[in-house]
Design a protein around this ligand. Structure first.
Ligand code: ADP
Length: 303
């Protein structure tokens, strides 16, 4: 029998001001999954996360974390979940190792257990050398890593990452991706919200997209990849192509030497280059305009 980290059934949320933030959302996240939870601003993602973490009340429907109803057993939920929020929210004046030990205490860990776990997490995340610093003395990227460490102090089985790499430089982002993958391989289920669809495409096994409070996509990433039949490329050439028609109908001129083409997925880059060559045009550069997940996302959320 499949074990689920999260089961959401017919979830509705109407805020007191009358905003219907969630409309009959049902979805499951399997134990061990790395799950992308996507949607444009205002779609309802934070509301769902707020409900899972028992900060927001449900209007109707049920949410279970590892089989237990979050409203009936909030203490169990808190133990099972670690959350990395978007906003930095740690005490600025306490050394970060001490903060970790305090939080460990809140989850019932002894000082020794917390110290051990803090060292492990700080070393994995590359901030152990900063253990005696206060958050004020940390860079933005280090604070982000501290937030991740904090969310993991009590060994949660489900980690919710809300835009974990927003504003982070490329090098750190890649390090964080490796960390998340390792964590997931070690058995932690991860739910990730992100605006970097490339991040979701690279990391996640399954996904959901919400739009205006409704679930508009819920599938595996591989289904999304194989269902995209068209792909958009940007081509830069060495010739004036403003009057040429190599890909008739599917070609949009950008400037004299560049264009955008929409082609079937099965057409290879070599075939595209050859088609231009046959018209005595050399291709200097060919770029994928969007990744496939981005194309689907735009299609589903542009109304
Ligand atoms: P997302 O996280 O996808 O950006 P949210 O869950 O924050 O979306 O918001 C969903 C909708 O609910 C939006 O229309 C938003 O304005 C509204 N909303 C969110 N929080 C509240 C609140 N506390 N009170 C009233 N409306 C809210």
């Amino acid at each position: 029998m499949t074990k689920y980290a999260l089961e959401i059934e017919h979830l509705n949320k109407t805020y007191r001001n009358g905003v219907r933030a969630l409309k009959d959302i049902s979805l499951n996240v399997k134990d061990g999954d790395l799950f992308a939870f996507l949607g444009p601003n205002g779609a309802g993602k934070s509301t769902v996360i707020g409900i899972i973490t028992t900060l927001v009340n449900i209007s109707s429907g049920t949410v279970k974390v590892y089989g237990k109803d979050v409203t009936k057993d909030p203490e169990f939920t808190k133990k099972m979940i670690g959350v990395v929020p978007q906003e930095y929210n740690l005490n600025q004046f306490i050394p970060i190792k001490e903060t970790m030990i305090n939080i460990g205490g809140y989850f019932g860990l002894t000082k020794m257990q917390s110290t051990y776990k803090t060292q492990e997490l700080f070393e994995d995340l590359g901030i152990w050398h900063k253990r005696d610093s206060t958050p004020r003395e940390l860079s933005g990227g280090m604070k982000r890593r501290l937030m991740i460490a904090r969310a993991l102090i009590h060994n949660p089985k489900l980690l919710i990452l809300d835009e974990p790499t927003a504003g982070v430089d490329t090098e750190l982002r890649l390090t964080m991706w490796d960390f998340f993958k390792k964590l997931n391989n070690d058995g932690v289920t991860i739910i990730l919200t992100t605006h970097y669809l490339e991040e979701a495409e690279r990391l996640c096994k399954n996904l959901a997209i919400v739009h205006q409070g409704e679930l508009v996509q819920n599938s595996s990433m591989s289904e999304v990849m194989s269902s995209r039949r068209k792909h958009t490329y940007i081509i830069r050439t060495d010739s004036n192509i403003s009057n040429s028609n190599v890909f008739s109908g599917n070609m949009k001129i950008i400037d004299n030497e560049s264009c955008e083409i929409v082609v079937d997925n099965k057409i290879s880059i070599t075939e595209i280059i050859n088609a231009f060559n046959k018209n005595n045009i050399n291709v200097l550069e060919i770029l994928s305009k969007r990744n496939k997940l981005e194309e689907l996302f735009i299609e589903l959320t542009q109304s």
